[in-house]
Design a protein around this ligand. Structure first.
Ligand code: ZN
Length: 328
């Protein structure tokens, strides 16, 4: 077990919940309310979120002042959000396990007292029916669902996955989209460079616009699409940079005065480098920096696309079946 797992296991034991190591969440019941506790941001394992599903017996929505008072009265809590039948409580970051245990224990007690005082009963987070629910992670969100809603959600997910799989990738459309997107990137490289910057922005924009272009006109972004778009990006970055030098040759280095056309200047970029009119090292530095910026833009865009795709088709049951002990 990692240190984080050890801590979560100890925390679960301390507050009377169970720890699901596979999904790295705590779950169980507190005063009849079904609970999931998780870290929204993996970089802050001690900044936790508590999720439960409950609704008011008379259908009332918690009013702002009630929530404000509750948050004010409970030090570890920063925010309480009601989303339909879901109550989500955000906790402050804690510096050590002991403080974390105290904060979670206090918050759980405060939450169940608060819900009870406001006549909130546990229910399915989706349909709102009271009865047995189980805890799930669906995509990037948490749910407490009854058996019917679980089946409903599973069928929705598989239908969406099927629709996505059936959607044909339009290769020509994708390439056109990537070209159009990368043209925006190339234009941005030119524009910013003429203003005197080699900006990270142009590289990032090149990557984002080209990938988005492929996805929009190609129907979906596949691995093949990512490879093709990457090649187009490499080429267009080179093209944008070379155009930039051609402008310098044509306008600033006197190309136009001696009668060269812009197109001839574009072709002469390498001659200019070999003759020392353009300094080789500044040419290379410029180009390399652009490529680095394209990478900086492309990597997170691609990673988030892949993650999004993985998460979209995911529905995981947390722990075993959470039996209601019927104490409410
Ligand atoms: Zn339901």
């Amino acid at each position: 077990m990692s240190k984080r797992s050890d801590n979560y296991a100890a925390l679960a034991a301390a507050v009377g919940l169970r720890y699901d190591e596979a999904n790295n969440v705590l779950y169980g019941q507190k005063d009849g309310y079904d609970i999931i506790i998780y870290a929204e941001n993996a970089s802050y394992p001690n900044m936790l979120t508590i999720h439960t599903s409950a609704k008011s017996t008379d259908g009332a929505i918690l009013n702002k002042d009630t929530i404000k008072t509750f948050v004010k009265e409970n030090k570890p809590i920063t925010r309480l959000v009601q989303k339909n039948n879901n109550i989500i409580i955000y906790l402050k970051n804690q510096t050590n396990l002991e403080k974390l245990e105290q904060a979670v224990a206090d918050s759980l007690s405060a939450m169940s007292a608060f819900l009870r005082n406001n006549a909130f009963v546990p229910c399915c987070g989706y349909c709102g029916q009271t009865g047995q629910v189980s805890a799930y992670i669906v995509g990037s969100g948490c749910w407490h669902l009854c058996a019917d809603c679980e089946a409903q959600m599973r069928s929705n997910i598989s239908m969406a996955a099927q629709q996505h799989a059936q959607k044909k990738e339009n290769l020509v459309g994708g390439i056109v989209g990537a070209l159009l997107g990368s043209l925006i990137g190339a234009a941005c490289i030119l524009l910013l460079s003429q203003l005197g910057y080699i900006a990270a922005l142009s590289g990032v924009l090149m990557a984002v616009a080209a990938l988005k272009g492929y996805e929009i006109l190609g129907g979906k972004l596949t691995k093949k699409g990512i490879v093709i778009t990457s090649i187009i990006m490499l080429f267009m970055t080179y093209f944008g940079d070379r155009l930039d030098w051609a402008i310098i040759l044509y306008r600033d280095a006197g190309g136009a005065e001696v009668g060269y056309t812009f197109f001839e200047c574009y072709r002469m970029v390498f001659t200019a480098i070999s003759e020392g009119i353009i300094d080789l090292s500044s040419y290379l530095t410029n180009l390399m920096m652009l490529y680095v910026f394209v990478l900086i833009g492309a990597i997170p865009t691609i990673v988030s696309k892949v993650k999004e795709k993985k998460a979209a088709g995911n529905m995981v049951k947390i722990g075993g079946y959470g039996m209601r002990d019927g104490e409410l």
